[in-house]
Design a protein around this ligand. Sequence first.
Ligand code: CA
Length: 452
Amino acid sequence: MRLPLITHVIKHVITHASLKVSPRDACTKSHWPTTSGFFFMIKGMTPTHLLRATALLATIVCAPVHTAWAQTTAEPLPSACLAQLSAKALAAGVSSDTFEQAMQGVVARPELMDNLNYQPEFKLPIWDYLASLVDGERVLDGMSMLAQYKDELAAIQQTYGVDPATVVAVWGVESNYGQNTGGRDIVESLATLSCMGRRQSFFSGEFVAALRILQAGDFERELFKGSWAGAFGQTQFMPSTFLRLAVDGDADGKRNLITNPVDALASTANFLKRAGWRDGETWGFEVKLGATVPTVQGRKSARDVSYWAAQGITRADGSALAQGPVAGNTDAALLLPAGDKGPAFLLLRNFKAIYSYNASESYGLAIAHLSDRLRGGDVFATPWPTDDAGLSRAEKRDIQTLLLARGHEIGAVDGALGSKSQAAIKLEQQRLGHEPSGRAGQKLLQALQAQR
Ligand SMILES: [Ca+2]
């Protein structure tokens, strides 16, 4: 992109210069996807989805718990494995020149096994997840992106039938509008994971896909960086997804999802379209339950909208469910992500398209809610069932500043509560007589602010 990208890059530099830390340094080098508890996302996920989800969350939330993986390790790739990878790549049409060039200087990174084998230690509440993923900053940044790429997004909607707010919301959640795309060398990560660990067959397929991408020349070899598991670019596509679904949004002959936002936005729209997105419809909407809680619940249990209306369910403002494109016979599923005391949602067909981007209800809800906020929508009408709500990234930075002021050596203020911050949080919780969970919410923030 011409001027808009330059503006974007300048904004990035300014934003993070003021924090004395770049998001890549803070989140994507050593603190990779061994994020703390995202256990709630994992049930029912495929390996690809899980890997994408953990990588994604490290990029966005970046809340690591343990420290062993902070070191980088390097050793030669096993020669037998290297020979197999070479044969597999050549059989898939990768030239020996491409293979040699792509593999120059590539070593195995055994520390990735920590990421691969990581088991979350505790369950992160959905309100924590959404509080930082859909915070005021991300809404404002998204609105500015909607304005900046207005013409391009209109053209994308014309071609793919996906509205600007949805496309921009995916962009915001996947890579914070291109700011957090990951710092791992993709070829190196995928070569390592093809030769070590539990999913070598899956990763060797992605490795070959990665080399086919390099051979096509959509971007320079040195730009090919992303998550430890191979997702890369502003859309965080896996290489095989790139080969299937990436498009050239600005018609310059290249599909550069790494540094070209228009290619990334168009590719996201193409993904959603191919996943069944219906133009002119929404993902769903927040609702209010009636006097009784329906026994039919869950994303997979769709019923007619008239069925839900007969259960006493209304829209959050009390109006009828069937309105506009939503008719009495429209399929909808009832989602109660935090039980019947929390916000309730009816999910329509388009939620499935978002869900196919990353098989997690919380992830889908983050994108759905961010898209609504970008259209001027409000926070949920029903609050989360907690007396200790989650923190935005700005509030996490406040907590970190307060921890530093109290003498805790937590490193840079980056809005990501990593292992050092969590250890300091536990100490402060003990001092304050709170439960020493290491999880920071509004209660701890207010207690620390009161003692400033
Ligand atoms: Ca392009």
